[in-house]
Design a protein around this ligand. Structure first.
Ligand code: FAD
Length: 395
């Protein structure tokens, strides 16, 4: 190892960015502070839980997706924009698509998941997924065109009634109001099958209040530019639509399959409880792309909450490994869950409390404000929220 250790972090989402920020804060001995490099193919971090707020214009892109360059200003973290192509475990180097090579002593894999789109004909060409800033802008652009057109009713089918599908549906309904005709399509016999009952009931109430049609036990046969084929009890109906949103599934970032690392059956990287990749103690994995079990032997959920908790442990364990201290086993704590259910409503449950309505909406906003990366960004966004009503009033 060179005198200054080199830590390379692949992926600047909840797992990667927060690991980098935490590593930067830890107490390193003089002259031993590592070189930390964060690599992401995008220029901006995306705080996905607040992405829905872009649909209704409650928040702006700069609040939810600040550039890495801005977030890392004033830190010793170097940001490199590029797509990771390959890792050489023997040489301990990472190669990007443009052939840039970066050497490491410790490597962190936090490349996350993508929304798979090959399961049904026409998804890639005709449906919009909802995971990235680009997806949110694409949806907004399409909505603007339709809102400015003579189209009387804007018909939208949202495939998947998990968290994303339900939250997108409520926000769309609140944006389009009387003009929206929104349909939520779910293959199972219930919406939000994994959610606590209280949250599911609050979501059902919010969907009903907004007149959102829910098709249960329904699958999709095909999506075209202006229609969606729905199969219910063996019968197919072709429904005309202006927009199809595709919110189903989680597929590990494709680059991971080339790395020659141990994977589970879902293609996730297997890691020990210290978050070190099996048989590769210098490589750490966390977030959606890592396979880990909790003490009860259940998979740790693929959520920002898990990735954030893991980032503290990865940073700590890297620091420990470089300073000859024992590594800590990761323990997941379920802090509960929150969902946006429109532009003035949310539901929150966990840690023994559960409530919905405008108070939950406010609580959710405050929790997420606190979770935004860097104090500077939190202050900027918080100040904007406080002054926004005043600015609106004056204009
Ligand atoms: C719309 C939406 C809402 C959500 N809401 C919530 C919520 O309310 N609560 C919650 O707990 N979770 C929520 N989640 C889940 C949460 O976003 C993920 O669990 C979390 O982002 C996982 O963190 P990660 O670091 O593993 O991956 P990500 O945050 O996805 O980060 C992965 C990063 O890797 C980069 N990357 C991928 N491949 C490459 C490559 N080859 N080269 C370079 N860079 C690459 C990507 O650009 C990305 O920045 C939501 C997800 C979505 C899509």
């Amino acid at each position: 190892m060179t005198s200054v250790p080199r830590i390379c972090i692949l992926g600047g989402g909840f797992g990667g960015l927060y690991t980098a920020l935490r590593l930067n804060q830890l107490a390193w001995e003089t002259g031993q502070k590592p070189e930390i490099t964060l690599i992401d193919r995008q220029t901006n971090f995306v705080f996905t839980p607040l992405l829905y707020e872009l649909i209704t214009g409650e928040m702006q892109g700069w609040e939810i997706a600040p550039p890495f360059a801005e977030l890392l200003k004033g830190t010793d973290i170097r940001f490199v924009q590029g797509s990771v192509d390959w890792i050489d475990k023997k040489q301990k180097s990472v190669t990007l698509e443009d052939e840039t090579e970066i050497d490491y002593d410790r490597l962190v894999l936090a490349l996350g998941c993508e929304t798979p789109s090959e399961s049904v004909p026409g998804v890639t060409e005709n449906a919009i997924s909802f995971r990235t800033l680009q997806d949110a802008y694409k949806l907004d652009e399409k909505l603007r065109i339709l809102e400015a057109s003579l189209t009387e009713k804007i018909r939208i089918a949202i495939v998947g009634a998990g968290y994303s599908g339900v939250e997108v549906a409520c926000k769309l309904a609140d944006r389009l109001k009387e003009r929206g005709r929104i349909r939520l399509i779910q293959s199972r016999d219930t919406i939000l099958p994994d959610a606590p009952e209280f949250n599911r009931n609050a979501a059902l109430k919010a969907l009903e209040q907004r007149g959102i049609w829910v098709d249960l036990e329904t699958t999709v046969s095909e999506i075209t530019a202006d229609s969606i084929g729905l199969i219910y009890k063996g019968q197919t109906d072709i429904i005309p639509v202006e927009i199809v949103m595709w919110t189903v599934g989680n597929q590990v970032s494709p680059a991971i399959s080339h790395f020659g690392l141990p994977l589970n059956t879902q293609g996730k990287i297997t890691a020990s409880e210290t978050l070190q990749v099996t048989d590769n103690p210098d490589i750490y994995a966390l977030g959606d792309a890592a396979a880990m079990l909790n003490l009860e032997g259940e998979s740790i959920p693929t959520t920002a909450q898990s990735a954030l908790q893991q980032s503290d442990f990865v940073a700590w364990n890297i620091w420990s490994s470089l300073t000859d201290r024992p590594l800590l086993p990761f323990r997941y704590t379920n802090l509960g869950e929150m969902m946006a259910l429109g532009d003035d409503n949310a539901v929150l449950s966990g840690m023994g409390i559960q409530f919905d309505g405008p108070l939950a909406y406010l609580a959710r906003r405050l929790v997420y404000l606190y979770r935004l990366p860097t104090l500077e960004h939190q202050l900027k966004v918080g100040f904007n929220w406080l002054t926004k009503p005043l600015v609106k009033l004056l204009s």
